[in-house]
Structure formats: structure tokens, C-alpha cells
Design a protein around this ligand. Structure first.
Ligand code: HDD
Length: 664
């Protein structure tokens, strides 16, 4: 249960209710008219004097701000984090210091490549950025749903982003990596190999923001009160487990409901199905920095969970939607440099560059240095310093003094020693020459790409193979295709061979090592230990008459399933309301289907059959009430079942992939 939420209280001071209020200008002047501009006669020109028109139009003309240069498309929610216990042995961060301690949070999920208006279901990494409003200041954990990254050094970030974004000569394609410049980048910057394996896996098409992991990706430091430090990687583990679309479905959803993930999160929270994620850390003591066969500062490497186990620190619950998308979701400003005592940085060269970029980007996006005063960004603890002025300054700092040191104000605001909660950077000893170079420890780009491949179940391997064939198949340049196949050969012979055949290139596969890499990390597989559940899954029920369906619907709802009725018309059908026709609903928007009727009208029945086909082709559970409502061939397939209980059991399995081999 959530206790008092300081952020919620703070935001309430800024929240305005416009309902039942008089319409005024921004100066508070009540206006008698808002439909007609001030004119000379009813057919004459508009006159300059019309301050109301000018104010309204000027404000409108300036409504848009630049979208985020990456992660432009996203959605967010409020919630709270609750600590499982006292983690003071590893960090002095107060929000982790006692069992049951709650901290307000705001989380923004996003895609990376697409524009603000692009579709949710595209193949892409997902951003998972959390702002903890702690009593010691804001802590931002700015992560993704994939634990590694495309590049090893932040100086390459502009290059990588230029390559994945729509191509500059024609601005095509939107929100996709299936094009020449992306794959040209990958083939020529092979540090991307490991990330590309994850990107081609089903992780890149999550079923829901509620059902994906989050990773801080970079290596940070946790420091305790005694100054003892650990290298740390941070993880979010969704309580519902990790679940994904299938690719054909994801592409169709992009058209049928481009807001799919945004809607899914919003609806779940409105329905009281609050998403939950556990925060976990992997820790490596300072003295073991070089104890592994990978460089722990390299952001293209995971720390296999089997080697460095997870320690769970607490749970986050998202329980409130925003009141205003622009004010909150669009204006929230995350930054990896927003930390609290006990959380520090490593020399991971990607992280070091990120530490510059995030403030810099807010300056252009949010229009100046005062973005910390925007309500969603404001800490819930007091903040005082000698920074002043700038565009849109809200704070009215009283007094004569705005400098340190001073005598006129008793030398305040004054720095606070570490012992009293002042932030002090970890005193790492660093010694070296100034060089533009990369550590030798970062040179191996393929071992973990192979580790990932070797850890996949057969169905995951098949999906990765198909994703490669799709993406590389969209590349126009045969030379780039060939380069990609040659690169993939360093990861897997089989994958490279199939890919080469499918995309029509003969590659020189000479440098491939034998498939000697046998190491596995089962934790990276989505399907080795899948979580079975039905709660919050969405099911379409096809009916004609309400009476017969009512008990069925009630039973589904009692199991926590979200039900939508689809029929040949909307509105009342006896005792129940039909939510959709076959035109407003789409089979790709449901996790499962129950067919409870057959329509006499041939055209309508064809629509039902198309509906069933699509659900079937995406391996989702299908239930039926009677043999004659379903084709015989289907009724024998895995996951196509008669009766409620069997359906609920079938629905708990996300996808019945064995179906593909059962028929035809
Ligand atoms: Fe970044 C946004 C995550 C590397 C520069 N990044 C941004 C967001 C997320 C991430 C989740 C969206 C935050 C929001 O919802 O507002 N970024 C990552 C991860 C990375 C990563 C997990 C690899 C470990 N990013 C990265 C690098 C740079 C940036 C190497 C530049 C040196 N990222 C930015 C940015 C953005 C951003 C340009 C765009 C909008 C914003 O910051 O606020 O500063």
C-alpha cells in the first residue's frame, strides 16, 4: 500500500481544474466572446487591437518544443518504490536504507529511433527511465530494456544515431533499423555485434511496457558509509515476467493501434492493474575489477547472472497516470548525473559521455537552464545555491547575496560535509596519459554475442534468424548485405549461412572460429523459464447473444482477464454490451480469443474466420464453446481448446509455437 506521496502533494499545487470555470485571457481577464475575432463590421478585416486573438494565436504558434533527439516516442506514469530492507552494507543511499521505506517515482518508457508520433510496436530497444524523488535529491536511473549497448564510447553516439534514424536524403524509414545506413554502421563498427543479437531477438518487440526488464546498462559504483565501493549494474525485473509480440503481429499493430503500448500502460493503471518491477543489483568488489574474462567497464558486455548473482533491493509499483501528458511526460528531464550519496560512476566511456549529454540536451529541448523548476522535475527536498536568472526563472530568491563565499549571509548556503549527507565523489586513484584510444579489454566483440546465441532456445534462434533475414533483406546495397553476413559468421556459422542464402549473397566466411564457444547464460533467454499468467491479459469474445455469454464473461473477469466483446454490431446484446464490430476490433490487439458463436450471414462468418486465422497464426490461445464454431483442423491444434478451464490454462502460455509444426 502506498503511504503519503510527497511528489503527488507537490504536483497538486501546480494542478489546475478548468471545469466549470470562466474563460479568461492569460492575464485573468474574463472574455465575453471566444469564437469571433474583432472585425470592422461582420464581413470586414480583423483589427490589430484584438489582444485576445493575438494572445491565443501566439500561444498556439509556440506550442511545440523540439522532440527528444532519441527516445522521442514515449509514455510515463507515477508510482512509488519500496525498499525490501537495509542495503547500507553496499550503499549509503537513504532510499535503500530501511525495510518498507517508500520513495515517489516517475517512469518514462520509450522507443529509441522513432519520432514522437511513431508507432509503439516497432522493432527497437525500449527506454526505461526512472526518477526517484528521494529525500536527498532526485536520483535518475536511465536505462533500456536490453542490458548492452551498440557502442563502447560516447563519442560514437551521434554516428550511431545518425545511422539508425531515417536516412537524411529522403527521411525514410521511420522508426526502423531495417535499412542500409543502420546495417552499414553495424558491419563497420563491430562492437555492435552483441547488441544486434539482442536487437534481433524478441526483446525488441515487447508485448507491454509492463512485461519487460530494465537495465542501467552502464557500470556504476555503490559506495557505503565506510567508503567501501562495489562496481554495480542495476536491473528492473517485471513481476509479470518478460513477454513479446511475434514479428508479423508487431508490424500489424503499428497500423491497427500505433498507441498500443501507451494505451496498454494507461488502461492497466486505470483498471487498478498496477505494473510492478523489482530492483536488483549485481555487485563486483573493487578488487575484483580484473577477475573476469570480459571488461567490466565495457557497455557491450553483460555480467552473466550465473557468474554475478542478483541481489533484490526493492519493488516499484506504478499506480497513477499523468494528468497532463505535455506537462509531465514531455517535460520530464532525466540525467544519469542525477545521483544521491552512495551512488557514483565508473570510468565506462559510454557513461562518461552520457554525463555531459543529458543536461546539454535539456537546454535546447526545454529552453534554458531552469528546467529543474518545471514541476515534474522539481526535487521534493529543499534546494538552495547561488545559481540565478536565465529564461523562465520561477524561483524568487530573496536577499542580496548570490555568491560563495560571503560574509553578508553568514557564508550560506553552505556546502555540507560528507558525514552530514553532502555528496562527495568517490576518490578513485587515476593515473595515465591523455590518449584517444580504447582499452584492449574492449577488443573482443564476439564472445558474448556467441554466448547470447548459445543461450537461446530453438524458437528464439528461429526468431533471431528470421529477424536478421527481414532486416538485412531490406538493405538495398548488396555489398552491405555481404559485409553483415561476414560479420555474423563470427557469431554463428549456421546463422550466417542461412542469412547469406536468404538475402542472396555469397560471403567469404573464412575467419569464422569453429563453434567452439559453448558457454551459456540461461538467464538471457526469454523462453527457458517463462512465467505463465493470465491476469491482465486481453481476450476477445465473439458472440451474437448476450445471455449465453454472460456467465463466460464473468468467469473470465473473475480470473483477472480483461474481456472485450466482438460481434456484428456494437451496443447492447441482451445482457451484455458489445464493445466492437469486426471492423473496429483487430485480432492482433488481443492475447487470446473465445469463439462462442457461428454467424448465419456468410460475409460476417468470413470475418470471424479471418479473425480466428490471425489469432491462430500468431500462436495465441483460442477457446471455443462448441465444435461447430471452429474448423476441425484448428480444433486439433495446440492451444485451441474447448471450455473455459482449458482456455484459461492455454492463455497462461503466451504463444503456442508448437502449433506451427502440428498442422500443415
Ligand atoms: Fe541516452 C535519452 C537511455 C546512451 C544521450 N537515453 C535517453 C532516454 C533513455 C536513454 C531511456 C530517454 C529518457 C526519457 O524518457 O526522457 N541512453 C540510454 C541508455 C544508454 C544511452 C540505456 C546506453 C547505456 N544516451 C546514450 C549516449 C548518449 C545519450 C551514449 C550520448 C552521449 N540519451 C541521450 C540524450 C537524451 C537521451 C541525447 C535524449 C533526450 C534526453 O536525453 O533527455 O541526452
Amino acid at each position: 500500500m502506498e503511504q503519503e506521496n510527497k511528489k503527488k502533494q507537490q504536483l497538486e499545487d501546480y494542478t489546475v481544474e478548468d471545469r466549470d470555470k470562466a474563460l479568461t485571457t492569460n492575464q485573468g481577464l474574463k472574455m465575453s466572446e471566444d469564437e469571433f475575432s474583432l472585425k470592422v463590421g461582420d464581413r470586414g478585416p480583423t483589427i490589430m487591437e484584438d489582444f485576445h486573438f493575438r494572445e491565443k494565436m501566439t500561444h498556439f504558434d509556440h506550442e511545440r518544443i523540439p522532440e527528444r533527439v532519441v527516445h522521442a516516442r514515449g509514455t510515463a506514469a507515477h508510482g512509488y518504490f519500496e525498499s525490501y530492507g537495509d542495503a547500507s552494507d553496499i550503499t549509503m543511499a537513504k532510499f535503500l536504507s530501511e525495510k518498507g521505506k517508500q520513495t515517489p517515482v516517475f517512469v518514462r518508457f520509450s522507443t529509441v529511433a522513432g519520432s514522437r508520433g511513431s508507432a509503439d510496436s516497432v522493432r527497437d530497444a525500449r527506454g526505461f527511465a526512472t526518477k526517484f524523488y528521494t529525500e536527498e535529491g532526485n536520483y535518475d536511473l536511465v536505462g533500456n530494456n536490453i542490458p548492452v549497448f551498440f557502442i563502447q564510447d560516447a563519442i560514437k553516439f551521434p554516428d550511431f544515431v545518425h545511422a539508425v534514424k531515417p536516412e537524411p536524403h529522403n527521411e525514410i524509414p521511420q522508426a526502423q533499423s531495417a535499412h542500409d545506413t543502420f546495417w552499414d554502421f553495424v558491419a563497420n563498427n563491430q562492437e555492435a555485434a552483441h547488441m544486434v543479437m539482442w536487437h534481433m531477438s524478441d526483446r525488441s518487440i515487447p508485448r507491454s511496457y509492463r512485461m519487460m526488464e530494465g537495465f542501467g546498462v552502464n557500470t556504476y559504483r555503490f559506495v557505503n558509509e565506510d567508503g567501501v565501493a562495489h562496481f554495480v549494474k542495476l536491473h528492473w525485473k517485471p513481476v509479470l515476467g518478460v513477454h513479446s509480440f511475434v514479428w508479423d503481429e508487431a508490424q500489424k499493430i503499428a497500423g491497427k493501434d500505433p498507441d498500443f503500448h501507451r494505451r496498454d500502460l494507461y488502461d492497466a493503471i486505470e483498471q487498478g492493474n498496477y505494473p510492478e518491477y523489482e530492483l536488483a543489483v549485481q555487485l563486483i568488489p573493487e578488487e575484483q575489477e580484473f577477475a573476469f574474462d570480459f571488461d567490466i567497464l565495457d557497455p557491450t558486455k553483460i555480467w552473466p547472472e550465473e557468474q554475478v548473482p542478483l541481489r533484490k533491493l526493492g519493488k516499484m509499483t506504478l499506480n497513477r497516470n499523468v494528468d497532463n501528458f505535455f506537462a509531465e511526460t514531455e517535460q520530464v528531464a532525466f540525467h544519469v548525473g542525477h545521483v544521491v550519496p552512495g551512488i557514483d560512476f565508473s570510468n565506462d566511456p559510454l557513461l562518461q559521455g552520457r554525463l555531459f549529454s543529458y543536461t546539454d540536451t535539456q537546454l535546447i529541448r526545454l529552453g534554458g537552464p531552469n528546467f529543474h523548476e518545471i514541476p515534474i522535475n522539481k526535487p521534493v527536498c529543499p534546494f538552495h545555491n547561488n545559481q540565478r536568472d536565465g529564461y523562465n526563472r520561477q524561483t524568487i530568491n530573496r536577499g542580496q547575496v548570490s555568491y560563495h563565499k560571503n560574509s553578508l549571509q553568514n557564508n550560506t548556503p553552505n556546502p555540507v560535509p560528507r558525514a552530514n549527507g553532502g555528496y562527495e565523489h568517490y576518490q578513485e586513484k587515476v593515473d595515465g596519459r591523455k590518449i584517444r584510444a580504447r582499452s584492449q579489454g574492449f577488443e573482443d566483440h564476439f564472445s558474448q554475442a556467441r554466448l547470447f546465441w548459445n543461450s537461446m532456445t530453438p524458437i528464439e534462434k528461429e526468431h533471431i534468424t528470421k529477424a536478421f533475414c527481414f532486416e538485412v533483406g531490406k538493405v538495398q546495397s548488396m555489398d552491405v548485405r555481404k559485409q553483415v553476413v561476414e560479420m555474423v559468421a563470427h557469431i554463428s556459422h549456421d546463422l550466417a549461412k542461412t542469412l547469406g542464402e536468404k538475402v542472396g549473397v555469397t560471403a567469404t566466411i573464412e575467419t569464422i572460429p569453429e563453434e567452439t564457444e559453448t558457454k551459456q547464460s540461461p538467464a538471457v533467454s526469454m523462453y527457458t523459464n517463462p512465467i505463465r499468467f493470465v491476469e491482465t491479459k486481453k481476450v476477445a469474445v465473439i458472440i451474437q447473444k448476450g445471455e449465453e455469454a454472460k456467465p463466460l464473461i464473468e468467469a473470465l473477469e473473475a480470473a483477472g482477464i480483461v474481456v472485450e466483446i466482438v460481434s456484428d454490431r456494437q451496443g447492447t446484446l441482451g445482457d451484455v454490451i458489445s464493445d466492437h464490430t469486426f471492423d473496429t476490433a483487430s485480432p492482433v490487439l488481443y492475447d487470446g480469443l473465445i469463439v462462442a458463436t457461428k454467424f448465419e450471414d456468410a460475409l460476417t462468418q468470413r470475418k470471424v474466420e479471418t479473425f480466428i486465422d490471425e489469432v491462430y497464426n500468431h500462436y495465441k490461445a483460442i477457446g471455443y464453446t462448441d465444435e461447430d464454431v471452429i474448423q476441425v483442423a484448428y480444433s486439433k491444434a495446440p492451444g485451441v481448446v474447448k471450455g473455459l478451464e482449458a482456455f484459461i490454462d492455454a492463455l497462461a502460455t503466451d504463444r503456442h509455437f508448437d502449433r506451427e509444426y502440428a498442422i500443415g
